[in-house]
Design a protein around this ligand. Structure first.
Ligand code: ATP
Length: 199
């Protein structure tokens, strides 16, 4: 699996539709200070479901939308698509190429797509579980992330290793099953109360 392309439109300092294509070798992005290098890694993080505005170096989610300049009006939405080569099927999809898209409007509405099908944020997060990509992934080491990992609680640190070992998916499923069990217990309690009332 490797990153084939990144498409941005209205994201941070990229008002125009911008397409970057990558091959399997090493890619370096160079440019003067403030030219938008970090905005590109923010875009990769964002399209994979990042919800923390701090991680995206902004105050509000709206800050990811191109805010306009003296010469150019602000845009109404930000959109980023990520195309991954999936010929090794590391992503749990049959397709050899997977495109993930996120769109965010100034009104606060969010949309996610996987290969052009509208999906939920949960589907995007699940797609990337155990791949090292995604919100909790370690594939992107941002500024300050090393310090953060070293100073984190040991349980938080364990999550980084769980993701690398490929067992996050199971922890995730276990937590979901536990939540369902708790809800079922509560429902059972309510049913028993009703039965008691009727007897
Ligand atoms: P450095 O080398 O200093 O780390 P960089 O190349 O990584 O810089 P970025 O931090 O990616 O640069 O880009 C910063 C630029 O992006 C700033 O000029 C900032 O004004 C612009 N920018 C960020 N968010 C928006 C936005 N919502 N609308 C328009 N421009 C934005």
């Amino acid at each position: 699996m490797y990153l084939k392309a990144l498409m941005l439109q209205g994201f941070k300092s990229f008002p125009e539709k911008t397409v970057l294509t990558f091959d399997q070798s090493i890619t370096a992005i160079v440019g003067p200070n403030g030219s938008g290098k970090s905005n590109l890694s923010d875009a990769v993080r964002w399209v994979m479901g990042e919800q923390s505005t701090r991680a995206l170096r902004g105050g509000r989610m709206e800050d990811v939308i191109f805010g306009g300049t003296a010469k150019r009006r602000q845009t109404g939405y930000a959109q980023v698509s990520l195309v991954l080569d999936n010929s090794d099927h590391r992503l749990p999809r049959e397709e050899n190429e997977v495109m993930v898209t996120r769109r965010y409007y100034r009104s606060g509405e969010s949309e996610y797509y996987i290969n052009r099908d509208a999906v939920r944020l949960k589907d995007v997060s699940e797609l990337f579980l155990d791949t090292g990509l995604g919100r909790e992934g370690y594939a992107i080491i941002g500024q300050g992330r090393i310090d953060e990992i070293l100073s984190q609680r040991s349980t938080d640190r364990r999550e980084v290793f769980e993701e690398a070992a490929g067992i996050s998916r199971f922890r995730h499923r276990k937590e979901e099953a536990q939540r369902k069990l708790e809800r079922t217990d509560e429902n059972l309690l309510r049913v028993n109360d009703k039965v008691d009332e009727l007897e």
